[in-house]
Design a protein around this ligand. Structure first.
Ligand SMILES: [Zn+2]
Length: 299
């Protein structure tokens, strides 16, 4: 009970110890402080990588600490759901899935085999099946994974990505709003490539922390998102695992194919420049205030 409370009370620390790490994308050791608060005014140390501009929590929660959080608190924290997804959540996810399906339809052969990495309650897998694709997915969270399984059976596995292997490759691996939750994005993305057929595609979507307007500053930060990407450092992460963009739907909503594009150093410099503009020199706090005051004025 006390632990549950300390996750919610403002200005207190989250109950984790964590460990100091280098940038999880480019391995650079130096960072600049971005904010020590998150959107709930809880204390959360967010740093910006001095090389590529990735935002990340440092000290970073350990794998066990993240695991405990997801098992016990995540859905309660974000959707106030404990046993199964709420109707409102499913309607929203279905709407998002329809848009994503439309983005991939023309890129895939008609019988394509697809895998949704962190499929949640399974709406994307379900809609891909309806279009005739051989769609599969996996989810770590029990409540949502069980719900997806109840609709889609063996096509859904409840597993950690580290524990999964497949006997046949996929024509496309999709991963929507999952990578920002992972402490080791490069290993996870390497797995996606490993599971891919030679001409296969990887479609990754993450929240865009490079958005200037509306600039929410530290209001975009919270415990579950241990990483904050912008367009450039997402490209850099993809480049590290041998992927280059083939269709850019939005700055951090990108379909990749195998290959290498751009100079790593230049991509990193662009990522850092953008993060500094938005979050550097106390801008994380100023832009939060501007955003909140703006909302009040508009009322
Ligand atoms: Zn970096």
């Amino acid at each position: 009970m006390l632990e549950a409370l300390s996750r919610l009370l403002p200005l207190t620390r989250y109950p984790y110890v964590g460990e100091r790490i280098n940038c999880p994308v480019c391995d650079h050791a130096l960072t600049t402080d971005v904010a020590n608060l998150d959107r709930r005014f809880k204390r959360l140390p967010t740093k910006c990588c001095d090389a590529c501009g990735l935002l990340f929590t440092n000290p970073m929660p350990t794998e066990d600490e993240l695991g405990a959080y997801y098992t016990k608190y995540y859905r309660l924290d974000y959707q106030m759901a404990t046993t199964s997804p709420k109707q409102k959540h499913i309607v929203k996810r279905n709407r998002e899935a329809a848009i994503r399906v439309a983005h991939v339809m023309d890129l895939l052969p008609s019988n394509a085999r697809t895998l949704d990495f962190g499929c949640g309650s399974g709406e994307f897998v379900c809609q891909m099946l309806e279009k005739g694709f051989d769609a599969h997915g996996f989810e770590l969270g029990e409540a949502y994974g069980r719900y997806a399984q109840s609709k889609l059976g063996e096509r859904i596995q409840i597993e950690k990505w580290q524990d999964l292997s497949f006997d046949r490759p996929f024509d496309m691996v999709t991963c929507f709003h999952v990578v920002e939750h992972l402490r080791d994005p490069i290993s996870a993305m390497s797995k996606m490539v490993e599971w891919l057929a030679p001409e296969g595609l990887v479609y990754i979507g993450v929240p865009d922390m490079g958005q200037r307007h509306p600039s929410r500053g530290f209001g975009g930060l919270h415990f579950a998102h241990v990483l904050g990407f912008n367009h450039h450092n997402l490209l850099l992460a993809a480049r590290k695992v041998g992927l280059r963009p083939t269709r850019t739907i939005a700055p951090t909503d990108i379909i990749f194919e195998r290959g290498v594009a751009g100079e790593a150093d230049q991509i990193a410099v662009s990522g850092h420049r953008l993060s500094q503009e938005i979050y550097g020199n106390g801008n994380a706090y100023r832009s939060y205030l501007r955003y909140q005051v703006g909302k009040l004025v508009k009322r």
